[in-house]
Every structure is written in C-alpha cells, then in structure tokens.
Design a protein around this ligand. Structure first.
Ligand code: IMP
Length: 425
C-alpha cells in the first residue's frame, strides 16, 4: 500500500508514538495533521526515552517530518523541542506548514480560565482553533513576514476587540503584553525561517512518486470535535479523514488506515467513560500500565476494553486494521472483561449515544475474558515473526474475539515500549 494513516481508536494515548516510530522506517515522509502540544508521544529506542509533543515520531529515523496545516504550534515549545533533539545528537529534518496556526500566550490563559470543566491539557488548543475559525488568528507565515511585529500587534488588537480579553488583561497589561509578544514572536519567526514551507506541495510530490507517506494523527477518534464525546473532546478532527484536510493527503492515492487500540481503555480529563474501573482494580491496572499523562502527568482513568466504543470509532474513522498495544500490561491484572454492548433503562441499544449525559448513564454489557497469559520479555521476543496461531491460547482467543466483534483484523501486537517489542502478523 502506498500511504498510511495512523489514528488513535480510543480516547488518545493508545501508543501511536511507538507505532509511528516502527512504521516510519519504511516511510519517506511522516506528516502530523492535527492537534498541538496537547499530544505527548513517548518513544523508547536504544535505551533512550524520547518525549515529543510536536515533532512526529519519525524524527528518530532521520526521515523528513512535517507539521501540517491542521497543527497548531506554540513556537517557544517547539523551538525547545528542536533544541533538545539537536543537542542529543540528532539532526531534525523538520518542515512546518506556512499555513499552520500559532498558539500565543493568551490562548493558554484563556484555556486555563475555561478548560477546567473539560479537563483540557491547558496548552491553549481550544482557544487557538476557535480563533482560527473566527479568522482572527495568525499563521506561521505571519511570523516570518518582514512586517511580523505589525501583523502580530494588529492581530492581538483584533482579538482584544472581538473577544473577552478584558477579563484577562486590563488596558495597561494588554499594552505591555502586545509589545512583549510581538517582539518575542517575530524573533521566533526568524528562527523558524529554515523550517517553514509549502508542506502540502511536498506531500503532493511524494504522493505522485514512489515515496511512501505516513500520516500521524494525534489524540484519538473518540476525542474528535465532530464525532467524539462532545463537549468532552479536543478542538480538532482526529479521524483518518483529517489527514486529507490537515496533512495534505490526496484523495485517490491508495491509503491504508491503521487504528491503534490498547488492550484495555484509558481516558485523561473529564467526560463519559462507560467501562471505567474504580478502587483497587483501577489502581492495579494504572500502576501495571504506568498510566500517567505524557503531557500533564495526570493519572489516567482506566477501564475494561470497550469494544462497543471501539467499533464505533472504527466505523466513523474508516479504520481497516488494528494495532493492539499493551497486551503485556493486561496480562498483569485479573478480572479482565470486554464491553460488547450498552443498555439504557435495561434495554440494549444499537447506536453510540451522541449525548454525553446519556453516555454517562449507559450500563455496559460485559463478557468475561480468561486471564491473559503473562510472558517474560524474553518469551515475548521469541514470538517475533510468528503467526497468531503461535501465540498462547489466551492471547489468541482475546485477539480472535476482538476481531470477530469489530470485523477488522489485528495486524500488529505491541508487547512493550521498545521498537523491537512489536509483532507484525
Ligand atoms: P485539549 O486538547 O487540551 O483541549 O483537551 C481536551 C480533552 O482532550 C481533554 O480531556 C484532554 O485530556 C484530552 N486530550 C488532549 N490531548 C490528548 C492526548 O494527546 N491524549 C489523551 N487525551 C488528550
């Protein structure tokens, strides 16, 4: 298959970073198409742990990596990430879309004020996308313009006139904010000049040639602005379709759509989570899987695998195959179940509720799953290159059960954070 889109099939944190790192080896171009510093990818390689918030995980393969038009960028944070990557001996081959929108400090201040009830990451994501939609925000191309300082000052005044910035800055504070930020951000622009380009054209040219493009989604399908558990969602589209809008993928070029799911479910922030575990069972699974947010360090909410939600995500994102991560973690806990349906008022339903309060009320229908066989790292590694039928029975039947329910195959199984802890069927 020519190009690949990788998306999360749950509420984020499915292990996309690791999988993209693995798949990037066979790709020529890696393109991120949504989100911003709210994402947190952890990639382990050769004993080193790399944490990326912006840079696509393909950076470690020295591939050309793109931050597409759909990404929102905090220039200061991205420069820090580039610096730390460079100082660890790597040479980032990074290209940034001139059309990508800029996150300013006031976006983070607005997020801090209003993001609490959603439990946002506080990175200014929602305010940046909403000001983009209101057509009063600036793009990376503005920061590298000769008149960047003037553009920034004008944009900030527009924002102040149109929005409730009074609640954030008084007249005097705003004047000094405007002065400081316009100079600082124009300075960032100078540093970004070598990276900013028409990335859509790079993707187009690669797509027309023999090159393989890997599109890397951030967050997960159930956090999608349109189809997720609104309003407890992020502010961008997280579906595979977003790769066309935010990454420059071209309709008509053959594309493989790979969804990533954990062997169980996690969620960070507020919002409905029908299969959420409480008490000791939650603590055990959280500790077994080190389930703490890569961006905020918050403990993740954990629960049983919700196959009903997963099947919905697969259908709306057009996912064709699954990679399942953290099977090794699931093997460390007892009482494994999978949710195969929802009931409301005792009646089974046949749709995924669009209304968050309704989703809060559903009663999951569970199937008990025999405990998953726990293997040592060495035992797992002996299964490299083997078929599904060579796996221990409990793992085989868990995979088969999931495949039958969601009606697509699991083609990759990840059993640890390292690149080589991955079985491709
Ligand atoms: P925002 O994207 O910071 O506005 O946060 C909106 C919601 O999406 C919150 O519930 C966040 O916890 C969640 N979220 C955003 N990015 C990620 C991610 O990369 N992984 C998991 N959850 C995320």
């Amino acid at each position: 298959m020519k190009n690949t889109i990788v998306v999360g099939a749950q509420w984020g944190d499915e292990g996309k970073g690791k999988l993209v790192d693995v798949l990037a080896e066979q790709s020529d171009l890696v393109v991120r198409f949504n989100g911003g510093g709210n994402a947190g990818h952890t990639v382990m390689h050769a004993g080193e742990t790399y944490k990326f918030h912006y840079m696509p995980s393909g950076m470690l393969h020295n591939k050309v990596c793109i931050l597409g038009t759909g990404v929102v960028i905090n220039p200061k944070d991205l420069l820090e990430e580039i610096d730390s990557f460079t100082s660890s001996g790597h040479k980032p081959q990074l290209k940034i879309s001139a059309r990508a929108h800029v996150i300013f400090p006031h976006h983070q201040l607005i997020d801090a004020k209003g993001g609490g009830k959603i439990g946002t990451t506080g990175r200014g994501i929602g305010p940046t996308y909403s000001q983009k939609a209101s057509r009063i925000n600036l793009r990376m191309l503005d920061l590298i313009a000769d008149d960047a300082v003037d553009r920034i000052k004008t944009a900030l005044k527009d924002v102040r006139d149109m929005l409730i910035m009074d609640e954030i800055f008084n007249e005097e504070e705003f004047a000094s904010y405007c002065e400081a930020v316009s100079t600082e951000y124009a300075g960032f622009g100078d540093q970004f000049k070598p990276f900013i380009t028409d990335t859509e054209d790079l993707v187009r040219i690669a797509s027309k040639s023999e090159e393989q493009v890997l599109f890397e989604g951030a967050q997960g399908t159930l956090l999608d602005l349109n189809y997720g558990t609104y309003p407890f969602v992020t502010s961008s589209s997280t579906l595979a379709a977003a790769a066309f809008v935010g990454g420059g993928a071209i309709p008509g070029v053959p594309i493989r759509i790979l969804g990533i799911t954990k062997a169980y479910t996690t969620r960070v922030g507020e919002g409905p989570f029908p299969t959420e575990l409480e008490g000791d069972a939650a603590v055990n699974l959280r500790e077994a899987g080190h389930e703490y947010g890569a961006t905020t360090g918050r403990p993740r909410r954990v629960g049983h695998l919700d196959l009903y939600a997963l099947r919905y995500a697969i259908r709306i994102s057009g996912i064709q195959e699954l990679a399942m991560t953290k099977i090794d973690t699931l093997a460390l806990v007892d009482g494994v179940k999978a949710c195969i349906g929802y009931k409301i008022d005792g009646n089974e339903i046949d749709y995924f509720p669009a209304d968050a309060p309704t989703l809060e009320l559903v009663e999951p229908i569970y199937k008990d799953i025999p405990n998953i066989t726990s293997l040592s790292k060495e035992e797992w590694l002996t299964l490299q290159g083997k078929a599904k039928t060579d796996l221990p029975d409990s793992i085989q039947s868990y995979i088969k059960f999931i495949e039958d329910f969601v009606e697509i195959p699991i083609t990759i199984l990840s059993h640890g954070p390292e690149r080589n802890e991955t079985i491709v069927f």
